[in-house]
Write a new protein. Sequence first.
Length: 287
Amino acid sequence: MIKELLDVVSEIPTPDALIQQIISTASNPNTSAKELEKVISMDVGLSTKILKLVNSAYYGLPRKITKLSEAIVIVGFKTVRNLALSVFTYSALHSRTTFIDHDKLWSHFMLTSILSEQISKNIGFMNREEVFLAGLMHDIGKLAIDLIFPTYILELSKASKELGIPMFKIEYELGVESHTEIGAELLRIWKFPQEYVDVAYLHQKPSLNPDSPYIEMCCIVHLADLYSNILIPGTSLSYGNSYLDPIVFQILGIKPSSLKLFYNDFGRVYERSKDLIFGGVESETGV
């Protein structure tokens, strides 16, 4: 039922023409830095927010970047695209007040995207910028549910906490449309490429479709989501012991003993990234 409402209800923000143009321009291999700068500069507020994110401790730049043209050259086209979509996602999360803490949910989105990128580095997965964006959008279905039926997502989260069971398992037991299905459908409506749709749908249990051409990306975000829930529990609105799909070991070529090493590494990444995770674009958006 919720999926049928996604493209007709006004409560759900959609990426505006400028964001779509930024995505298209940054994804075009023939685009110059000057062309991308021209597109982003059409919105002074967006340019300011992107510069704020670029200067976060996560990127570890040796000096403060004050020009958009510098940011594009230093961090790359796709990273700037991801930051523009981060600004949109943050704004979408804060587009209205409901019963849940949107700052906490944002922190889960952002930490999952950061850890997805880190896992990619650790295992040698090349499409790191795509994985970052997939991590950012993986739980977008929760945002959709919250904006359409805010009481429902609140009760799901309460049940998860009281029962100590992850939200996706409660959705499965109830036989209702899951946040993963709803998120995948929303990304289809927004015309996102199929890899992001697959990650939104499969991030809780990648083995549901081991033949997905994007199974590696799904497993990376699945693992990042698990670590995010461990490092900042409850921010995803889901509680209980996180589920680790065994297919992760086969697809990513890692051993169970790697998990502790990852955790130690991710703890340091988390500490370094707190300004991005918890600050984000808040002071610039004014929400």
